[in-house]
Ligand binder design. Sequence first.
Ligand code: NIG
Ligand code: FE
Length: 412
Amino acid sequence: MSVNPACHPLRGDTLITNVHLACMHPDQPPAFENAAVLIERGQIVWIGQVSELSQVSADETFDGQGQWLLPGFIDCHTHLVFGGSRADEFEQRLHGASYQQIAAAGGGILSTVRATREASEDQLFASAKQRALTLIAQGVTSIEVKSGYGLDTATELKMLRVARRLGDELPLNIACTFLGAHALLTDFAGNAQGYIDLVCEQMLPKAVEAGLVDAVDVFCESVGFTLAQTRQVFETAKGLGVPVKCHAEQLSNLGGSALTAEFAGLSVDHIEFLDEAGVKAIAASGTVATLLPGAFYFLRETQLPPIDLLRANGVPMALATDYNPGTSPLCNLLLMLNMSCTLFRLTPTEALQGVTCHAARALGWQQRVGSIAVGYQADLCLWDIAQPNQLAYQFGDLRPSARWFKGQLQDL
Ligand code: NIG
Ligand code: FE
């Protein structure tokens, strides 16, 4: 019997059928009801209506029973690898000390640096793995992990190796960000320039050479590094062919965002103090604004990021945990969905875009993950919810009912 090739169904290894899709692709309709997704070798190869299933065939079919399928979530800003705890500082802050005062007294980031230097690579991996598993259970399939608690070449590389290993051993895409310019150690007191020279001449080139750097970040702030020092690190990154991002405008307006825009940076993060000129600059460069409501909440900040200006200028807004021991010991991306709506007045759709397509863009991965679209990696989560807005509304009792990473159905 001859087969007409035009009628031959498209083959895949997995068909997920009977689902509603929240595609989270900027160019696609927000919802696609009664739909099916065909996966072949880890990639989405077809999306259609249940009524069009005769066009496809698959080795295995998964019945989604009318639940919602979303892209796996992306936590695009974390400091997941660190030693120690800062619970005592939390208590000091409850007695009136400010984050800046604690940092000036040698605590803060520097206390985590001490603990991270002392921890072995395996110890750091074990604690980071637990945190990553916690995020995975919430529907996360991609995580950005920063260095920045080493502040010497050996420890920065140790942290980045731990981050890479998370991606090797867990069902996760890991983006490694070098944040050597995170804080100034007391050994370099009064010599910030000397430290930045060390970052640019030794630490960053070595980390890049070891294949451990997907992006470079700087803490551009009065308690971090100046604009000129940030520029020097960005110039070095550019010379090494690595994209940049910035902890910018968190506690004051130094202009780190406009500088990041000048380097066509991936994202500017925190940005509570970003002004209109800064918003225009990142709008023009296509840089993502990453909002971190966990740190805003934990530091009891009152200055809101300029959400209306970001919206009016069409700046993509991402959302992340900023998971770290000092300003956001909050290992929960679903909590950030809710907080971004309650604290920053994002809509649930904006919040969901913030942990999918726009978070992907903040990593330079917008062609690969963060959307349900043909050609994208099949990182998907199924949710037993009435509508996607439930994910931003409700907190504490929602977990995905199924999870695929690179097309493979995972044990939950
Ligand atoms: O993203 N702002 C700088 N870095 C972290 C805080 C790190 C810490 O306090 O340990 C942040 O908020
Ligand atoms: Fe951060």
